[in-house]
Design a protein around this ligand. Structure first.
Ligand code: GDP
Length: 311
């Protein structure tokens, strides 16, 4: 990949794709292509083929996916597995057929065995059962990552995968039905503050632990790997630290300035108890995260208020 390569960012309106686009623009990549979901339906093979035949990108960042929080993953399991399998199969095949030599596939930390009490290494892959609340999504992501391996080995292209932890930042989804925990709680605390509500509902027991990475750090790591890493491995991308959902909620309450109480809703599931990623493989390549959770939450709160008032 060089500054004049034609680079297609799939999913450029979403949390991850928009961060990739920002990072590419900032670093001076000047031949970027993208399409909105309305302009290009990636689950439709003929549309994807036509797009690749026309544009013939040199590099693809595949950040288009159907994603969502714990409830959405359980409620829409069929859509999660179908849409993700279709998108990635269509994009990888059309990319290869039209001469794309480099592709970065966005995996997920949910590909790993659930309830790991210690930080998960890349070598823990397939070493135990998946978390039930998102196994359909996880299987699709595993297929995507394995597809990269297969295309690389059979066709000699450089298609690699990364496994990001839970992400947050600009262009997140704040719809409470399908949001992930961080944007959901930020919105709930914000609205409770505005309406002087005495309580905020936090799902589950508050005891599961999660790790959160500011999405601009993820984009930075992805560009770093595509430019500097020439090997075949896949990489965990995280910040290396986790905290309980209760601690996260307290921190969000502090950033938002909410003075009321949290009420834990035991009718909602906890999901896996822990999924911290071990990022030593990534650190060995010379990359480290820059944005602390508190700083990232402050930035996100500013941005969320603008995004909510614009919607
Ligand atoms: P997960 O990381 O795949 O389990 O997905 P989520 O980000 O949706 O949920 C992480 C944890 O946060 C789970 O234990 C949820 O029960 C908990 N949680 C607490 N409050 C909320 C909320 O308002 N929305 C969501 N999505 N999760 C919540």
């Amino acid at each position: 990949m060089n500054k004049n390569s034609k680079i297609y960012v799939a999913g450029h309106k979403g949390l991850v794709g928009s961060a990739l686009l920002r990072a590419l623009q900032k670093q001076g990549y000047n031949n970027l292509v993208y399409r909105t979901h309305q302009e290009l339906e990636l689950t439709r093979q003929t549309d994807v083929d036509s797009f690749f035949q026309k544009e013939k990108p040199d590099v693809v960042f595949l950040a288009a996916a159907r994603v969502g929080g714990i409830l959405a993953n359980e409620t829409y399991q069929a859509e999660f597995i179908y849409d993700n399998l279709m998108v990635q199969a269509n994009v990888l095949e059309a990319a290869y057929r039209n001469g794309c030599k480099e592709l970065l596939f966005m995996g997920s930390s949910c590909i790993y065995p659930n309830n790991k009490s210690v930080a998960i290494k890349e070598t823990d892959f397939m070493d135990g059962p998946l978390e039930k609340t998102n196994d359909a999504y996880a299987i699709a992501k595993i297929a995507g990552m394995k597809s990269c391996d297969a295309y690389r080995r059979q066709y000699g292209v450089r298609y690699i995968a990364v496994m990001p932890t839970n992400l947050y930042g600009p262009n997140d989804n704040y719809d409470l039905k399908d949001a992930h925990v961080l944007p959901a709680l930020m919105r709930k605390f914000h609205e409770a503050k505005l309406s002087n509500s005495p309580t905020v509902s936090v799902w589950g027991s508050g005891t599961p632990k999660r790790e959160f990475l500011y999405v601009d750090d993820l984009a930075d790591a992805c560009l770093h790997l595509l430019v500097n890493y020439k090997g075949e491995e896949f990489f965990n991308i995280g910040c290396g630290e986790d905290l309980t959902i209760r601690e996260l909620a307290e921190l969000i309450g502090k950033v938002v300035g909410y003075k009321g109480q949290m009420v834990f809703d035991a009718t909602k599931k906890d999901g896996t108890m822990r999924k911290l990623l071990d990022i030593s493989r990534l650190k060995e390549t010379g990359w480290a995260p820059k944005v602390s959770l508190e700083e990232g939450l402050k930035r996100t709160y500013e941005i969320m208020r603008k995004e909510l008032s614009a919607s």
